[in-house]
Write a protein that binds this ligand. Structure first.
Ligand code: ADP
Ligand code: ASP
Ligand code: MG
Length: 839
């Protein structure tokens, strides 16, 4: 049979397939890759990344060796050896091929270790050395994969990329030389293909003009694949990844990111250039303007078509197709009032920066011409500032330029799409969506190609900015307009005590309400988090373990402070996040930070709203600045709709003149029992026994809890004064006793109480602990009320709040019912969550 015929029968056209680190994670994954390659219908060239995590492992060991931690490097070498030996044993049958492979692995580990010892002696790690060290990862993985493919029944040959890929020699991030690579690739790979061998080439590496090993920068195997596709005139390059393809945004930031079915080369190039990790920044360069089709496909689900990147322009329904983000940037600004008159500022700035080989990602100029700026990676900012200052020495001295400054902590967000050309209003939509969210844009650049608008925001604003822009262009509907999945309200529990657990029960048992899921639980030890929502089982299991006294960090969670945990969650694709504070801590600063990160807040914790006036004001100001809401129904009367009623009255135009009521279940219980003739000491004992009171009943009897609640109500009405001094029902003489002594001494006050009750009863009154609030006053004290008044008639632990308003002037509007207990408190919280969910 003649060769051309055979090629046709095999499916003909050459393809280059690249397997990413995640697709070569362990023996099972490598076997899957090998089987896939073995069953490829036509000729393929394979490009292999290092096994997942290996590049990081090698780099980390080397960096730490340079810092004097010789053990760290030895440990990395051992880990490297162990992982590769294990897969070799599992994938390659005993015999010469396995022995050869093991020898290669051993040698690579040994060389790595020896070199890191030298690095430790020198005390620093040159990019040149780093390249040599890290290249072991790809070399060994390619050899392993070649052996596995052969085992799977297709003849595969390892070809060292250092022999094939020619680069400019820039260590740590070399640019390939297309001509040289084409020549070498044809010479070494074509003959193999002609013999129906499948070449397996390490990705990421090449060699410089001096013959030294160079890497193409992190993620560089993508570039190796497109480069070889171009060099060999392949029809297709396939990148097998652990994502379904190129998505509209980083799925770690945007939960409803969607697969983009097709992108033009130019669009994909922009997405890659702007840091979407899915493609190396320069991966599209070799194939732009060719007919080579790039496919980014799912290694997880082999039947899915993935994303096609080609010279077609198909989807015209979405002017914007994708968002990409470069983090860890600094903005360098050259500013001065005299700049308008100076010739060639921009050109000179970038010549200076270019001379330093710094990687500028975006350039922008204010229309006033009084400043010009650019972004680049934070660690490069100082060098850039120095270089630009040097270039403008004269202008700085004469004052034409005021200063060259850098601002770290920035990120660039690129909004990409071919359809932006000629679609008016794209920029306006981007920026108005950011303005509504209160996201501050630091700088804006529109590429002259009009295929991308990029803007700079502070790092903490990235998740919110990206979600807003994603939503405004309906990117979750790209590729077929599947209806949007109902967006969840994602709840994070701050604290997981009795109330938190009751709430978890109610959320898992609820049906029919708006879609709410719990994504995170924090306690003082750390957090657990799952962006897709913790399963009911996991949540109930956590609740059970917490009941037994365990902490979440030890229940499969992560150790962290609450602030770190919330920040992490805010950064990880939480959809309409709500933090529920069920602690009794001073959480105000934490909640202010959470509001800034995009959380709405629901409180059962009274402290933030009943604490200092300044703290309260700061919290409310933070909410309004961030365009977020705070709900705290459960802080007063548990699940009773007290704050809700107040708000409805005000919203409908009524004016509330006074709020009065009994808001402490414990005090209600004790005082009403005493009023009904029971001895005070007995009533207190009973309240404790029945669980109506705190373990030390003085915490209720002192009236402070009631005072907090009335302050919350008064603040609603605009009260700005101090907290009330509540009447204290703990006899002064007994305040300092131990709990046991206190309970023993309590009967000493029974007679006084009985006398007072009797005296009031004679005129038709009973005693009640009553709070009252107006916009100008608050009080919390024991009073005598008519036996047939609403409060006088109240019994047990019930709460009652009466609103005297313009409309309800003669007969107040009364809300009454059980006002304490974990279950009703949780119900109050759930109501708040629902009302936030359906806004
Ligand atoms: P490989 O295994 O080929 O090296 P990478 O890990 O480099 O693959 O790229 C895939 C990762 O890129 C995903 O895990 C995903 O989190 C991230 N990513 C960022 N932006 C995007 C995007 N727009 N589309 C798909 N993935 C993205
Ligand atoms: N292994 C290298 C990295 O982790 C290159 C690659 O995976 O493409 O960056
Ligand atoms: Mg990668």
């Amino acid at each position: 049979m003649s060769p051309p015929k055979r090629r046709r029968r095999e499916g003909g056209k050459l393809e280059v397939w690249k397997f990413g680190g995640a697709s070569l994670a362990d023996a099972a994954a490598i076997r899957k890759a090998a089987d896939l390659i073995a069953s490829a219908p036509g000729p393929v060239v394979i490009v292999a990344s290092a096994l997942g995590g290996v590049t990081d492992l090698l780099l980390d060991g080397a960096t730490r060796a340079a810092a004097g931690h010789a053990k760290a490097a030895a440990h990395a070498a051992a880990e490297f050896l162990k992982r590769h030996r294990a897969v070799a044993h599992e994938l390659v049958s005993n015999g010469a091929r396995r022995r050869q492979l093991l020898a290669l692995i051993d040698a690579a580990a040994r060389e790595y270790k020896d070199l890191t010892i030298a690095v430790g002696v020198l005390g620093h790690l040159e990019p040149r050395t780093s390249d040599v060290l890290v290249s072991r990862g790809e070399r060994v993985s390619a050899a392993v994969l070649a052996a596995a493919v052969t085992e799977a029944g297709r003849q595969a040959t390892f070809v060292d990329a250092a022999d094939v890929v020619e680069t400019d020699g820039h260590h740590g991030g070399a640019a390939p030389n297309l001509e040289g690579t084409t020549r070498r690739a044809r010479r070494s790979l074509k003959p193999l293909l002609a013999r129906r061998q499948t070449p397996v080439v390490p990705g990421f590496i090449g060699h410089g003009p001096d013959g030294s090993v160079t890497t193409l920068g992190r993620g560089g195997s993508d570039l190796t694949a497109t480069l070889l596709a171009r060099a060999l005139g392949a029809a297709t390059a396939v990148l097998w990844k652990d994502v379904p393809g190129i998505l509209t945004a980083d799925p770690r930031l945007v939960t409803d990111a969607r697969l983009i079915p097709q992108l033009h080369h130019r669009e994909a190039a922009e997405v890659a250039h702007y840091g979407a990790k899915v493609l190396h920044p320069r991966a599209l360069i070799p194939i732009a303007g060719t007919r080579i089709v790039l496919r980014v496909r799912s290694f997880v689900d082999l039947d899915q078509p993935g994303t096609e990147v080609s010279a077609r322009r198909s989807d015209r329904t979405h002017p914007v197709k994708a968002l990409a983000i470069i983090r860890g940037q600094a903005v360098v600004t050259v500013a001065g009032k005299g700049m308008a008159g100076v010739h060639g500022i921009a050109a000179r700035t970038f010549v200076a920066v270019d001379a330093e080989r710094l990687s500028v990602s975006t350039i922008f100029q204010a229309s006033s011409e009084s400043s010009i700026g650019f972004t680049l990676p934070e660690p490069e900012a100082d060098r850039a500032v120095r270089a630009v200052k040097r270039a403008f020495q004269g202008e700085l001295a004469s004052g034409l330029i005021d200063n060259v400054t850098s601002r770290p902590g920035m990120a660039v967000v690129a909004v990409v799409g071919d359809g932006m050309v000629g679609t008016p209003g794209v920029a306006a939509r981007v920026f108005s969506s950011l303005a509504t969210a209160g996201v501050n844009v630091v700088a804006i650049a529109q590429g002259s190609s009009e295929r991308n608008i990029s803007f700079v925001v502070r790092e903490p604003d990235v998740p919110e900015a990206v979600r807003r822009v994603h939503a405004v262009f309906q990117l979750s509907k790209i590729g077929g307009g599947r209806p949007l999945a109902t967006p969840y309200t994602d709840v994070v529990f701050l604290g997981f005590g009795r109330v938190g657990r009751a709430l978890a029960d109610q959320i898992t048992a609820s049906s029919g309400g708006p879609p709410v899921r719990v994504v995170g639980v924090l306690d003082r030890s750390g957090y657990v988090f799952d962006q897709r929502g913790l399963s009911d089982r996991r949540l109930l299991e956590l609740a059970r373990e917490k009941d037994g006294g365990a902490l979440v960090a030890s229940l499969g969670g992560t150790k962290a402070s609450a602030a770190e945990a919330l920040k992490f969650m805010a950064d990880h694709a939480v959809s309409h996040p709500v933090v529920v504070d069920v602690t009794s801590d001073e959480t105000t600063p934490l909640l202010i930070a959470a509001l800034g990160q995009g959380f709405d807040v629901v409180l059962a914790n009274k402290k933030p709203v009943a604490g200092s006036r300044d703290g309260y004001a700061a919290l409310m100001a933070a909410a309004s600045a961030a365009g977020r809401r705070i709900k705290y129904e459960a802080t007063v009367g548990a699940g009773l709709p007290i704050i809700d009623t107040y708000q409805k009255l005000v919203e409908t135009g009524d004016r509330v003149l006074q709020i009065e009521g009994a808001v402490s279940g414990t005090l209600m219980y004790v005082v009403s029992a005493v009023s009904a003739g029971r001895p005070f000491s007995e009533a207190v004992r009973e309240a404790v026994e029945k669980g109506y009171a705190e373990p030390d009943p003085r915490d209720d009897l002192n009236g402070r809890d009631a005072a907090r609640k009335v302050l919350i109500l008064a603040r609603l009405m605009g009260y700005r004064g101090a907290a009330p001094t509540p009447e204290n029902l703990v006899p002064t003489a007994l305040a300092r006793l131990s709990l046991a002594d206190f309970m023993k001494a309590l009967p000493s006050v029974d007679a006084d109480w009985a006398a007072r009750v009797k005296q009031e009863a004679a005129r038709g009154h009973v005693l009640r602990y009553v709070v009252a609030a107006t916009p100008k006053s608050v009080s919390a004290k024991l009073v005598a009320v008519a036996v047939d008044s609403p409060i006088g008639a109240l019994q047990g632990t019930r709460n009652l709040v009466a609103f005297t308003t313009h409309r309800y002037r003669t007969e107040p509007l009364v809300v009454s019912g059980p006002g304490a207990g974990a279950a009703v408190t949780a119900a109050g919280i759930l109501n708040d969550i629902y009302s936030l969910a359906t806004r």
